[in-house]
Design a binder for this molecule. Structure first.
Ligand code: UD1
Ligand code: UDP
Length: 380
């Protein structure tokens, strides 16, 4: 029996962790014991607790309650808390997801105490060092014993950085290993989309016509914190919605809700809040967003996860970022990078509304969690 500490903190990590916890319960309960540590990076009910109850994730064994703060303060508090857990209790490895400050903290704390790191969603690169997530994922990859890459591109990125030929040796004598595991988010989308409709009536509640509305999410720090970028995105959404007469559903991350009034012009803020074509709503649950993604005509987002789920549910996606780590989506013509540029967003919408798009299976076979656990069990 091996004992793992799973560290989560931000909304997408809670969702991703559901795939591994489910697989342990179903197929690996004799071999793996998992304990969950929530850093408390996300803490609102609709950013955290809702996912535990809805997705059947065991309650965290530890909650550090770190909350929001500057990157340094937030990460430092997390490192301190995770280190203490490792000092009190032995674990055979730590499981980390993605690229948030919770990921970085877990990697730093574990590496100092020689706890093997298993990084899920390794190898992704935007090649944009101004992104906090790029810094976090590079550090975590460097410190990880097994790097679980979700796509072929992520494997190639690691190869290009010399990971497979690396001489680095960990305290237990092992070398780094790269595994093309597929994407646990694809596992989740396949699994939960079978039951989501039974558990939510969001399409009817919001008076939406299936196939005739746009789903949009905005939360990246460069979009929310830079007034010009936020203004361009919101104006483009408003003009598209009003001219095409399409409803836009905008479940807003708390970061964005807090910054809209101060970073939008008063005219655009007023239009956003009063347009009959825009539905600004609080963050929704996972079942609700799956139903929105399945029934939308098109998705416009700066989220990594929502970009991919759009692809899983065969929806074209306007990417509100200067680049993407999920290059397969763009290479397959299912997504267009429009950045936060008013004209490019409008052109991308027009192009994707009429383009014939295909959605080949590029994110694994829906059994990434099983492959990940087999490799962790086989680790030595
Ligand atoms: C974090 C991740 C980002 C990820 C996102 C997922 C880092 C550096 N960034 O960004 O990669 O895409 O989570 O959603 O780790 N807030 C609340 N309630 C909450 C959580 C946050 O009000 O429950 C507000 C606070 O004002 C906080 C702000 O949102 O300051 C930003 O939260 P934070 O966790 O620092 O970063 P995210 O933007 O959520
Ligand atoms: N999500 C959700 N409710 C929302 C918005 C997003 O459940 O209101 C889910 C979404 O389906 C995806 C994950 O949260 O699985 C993505 O998280 P987010 O966009 O916050 O972060 P990112 O993926 O960009 O790191």
């Amino acid at each position: 029996m091996i004992k793992l500490l799973t560290v989560i903190g931000a909304r997408p990590q809670i969702i991703k962790a559901a795939a591994i916890s489910r697989e342990i319960a179903l197929n690996f309960s004799d071999e793996v014991r998992e304990k969950i540590l929530h850093t408390g990076q996300h803490y609102d009910n609709n950013m955290s607790a809702v996912f535990f109850s809805e997705l059947g994730i065991p309650a965290p064994d530890y909650n550090l309650g770190v909350g929001s703060g500057s990157h340094g303060v937030q990460t430092a508090k997390m490192i301190e808390g995770i280190e203490k857990v490792f000092q009190d209790e032995h674990f055979d490895g730590i499981v980390l997801y993605g690229d948030t400050n919770s990921t970085l903290a877990g990697a730093v704390a574990a590496s100092k105490l020689h706890v093997p790191i298993f990084h899920i969603e390794a190898g992704l690169r935007s090649f944009n060092m101004a992104m906090p997530e790029e810094v976090n994922r590079i550090v975590c990859d460097q410190l990880s014993s097994i790097l679980f890459a979700p796509t072929q591109t992520a494997c190639q990125n690691l190869k290009a950085e010399g990971f497979d030929a690396s001489k680095a040796t960990f305290a237990d004598g092992s070398k780094r290993k790269v595994v093309n595991s597929g994407d646990v988010m694809y596992d989740n989308s396949l699994y939960f989309s079978q039951i989501s409709a039974q558990h939510t009536s969001i399409i009817a509640d919001l008076d939406l016509i299936p196939g005739n509305f746009i789903l949009s999410t905005i939360h990246r720090n460069n979009n929310t914190d830079e007034p010009e970028r936020l203004e361009a995105i919101v104006r483009a959404l408003l003009d598209i919605a009003e001219e095409a007469q399409k409803t836009v559903v905008l479940p807003l991350h708390p970061r964005t809700s807090k910054l809209l009034p101060q970073n939008l012009s008063s005219e655009t803020y007023h239009r956003l809040m009063h347009s009959p074509w825009i539905k600004v709503i609080p963050p929704v649950s996972f079942f609700e967003i799956i139903e929105l993604e399945k029934n939308a005509m098109l998705v416009m987002t700066d989220s990594g996860g929502v970009q991919k789920e759009a692809f899983f549910f065969a929806k074209p996606c306007v990417i509100l970022r200067p680049e993407t780590e999920w290059v397969e989506i763009v290479e397959n013509n299912a997504g267009v990078i429009a950045d936060a540029d008013y004209d490019r967003i409008r052109a991308a919408y027009n192009e994707l509304s009429s383009r014939k798009v295909t959605f080949p299976p590029l994110f694994g076979d829906g059994h990434a969690a099983r492959k990940i656990l087999e490799n962790i069990i086989g680790y030595k």
